[in-house]
Design a protein around this ligand. Structure first.
Ligand code: ZN
Length: 157
């Protein structure tokens, strides 16, 4: 189901692995994404929060017919203040460290739910809706203002 590809955020297009050198954009513009995730990636890039990768997955829950663990993970490559994007929509959260004892750093904006197929929507429709809802959340933000704040806080441009 998952279909991860290399995506150039500057050119807003997919780049085959073998054509990466010839494509020529610096590596910082290249993100590994599932094709459904480009809308989210484009929006975050515009805010100065370019994702390293952005993927979704749906794993069938063992022994529970029609139930899936849905997960969406966006690695933004660095820790940002949670005030920048503010409160995330229901089910979304920031993950800054692993749950293991070494608590190694992570930089994720992530969504998780156990979804049950009740016949009102398909799994694909559910994923698309979750992605669209998050795009709409990002659309309520002022990209230029966020970029300016990040530059002030982090001292880079
Ligand atoms: Zn490019």
């Amino acid at each position: 189901m998952s279909n991860r590809k290399l995506y150039c955020m500057r050119c807003r297009k997919f780049v085959p692995q073998r054509a990466l050198d010839e494509h020529g954009c610096p590596f910082k513009y290249i993100s590994a994404v599932d094709k459904e995730m480009t809308g989210i990636v484009d929006r975050l890039y515009k805010m100065g929060i370019p994702p390293v990768y952005a993927v979704w997955s749906a794993t069938p829950l063992k022994g529970e017919k029609g139930k899936y663990a849905i997960s969406i993970r966006i690695d933004i490559g660095r820790r940002i203040s949670e005030d920048i994007l503010g409160k995330l929509p229901q089910g979304w959260g920031y993950i800054w460290e692993t749950a293991t004892s070494d608590r190694s750093p992570m930089h994720l904006i992530a969504y998780g739910e156990n979804w049950c197929d009740s016949g009102s929507e398909t799994l694909e429709e559910r994923i698309k809706k979750l992605i669209k809802d998050f795009e709409e959340f990002l659309d309520t933000k002022d990209c230029e203002a966020i970029k300016a704040v990040l530059i002030l806080m982090e001292g880079w441009g």
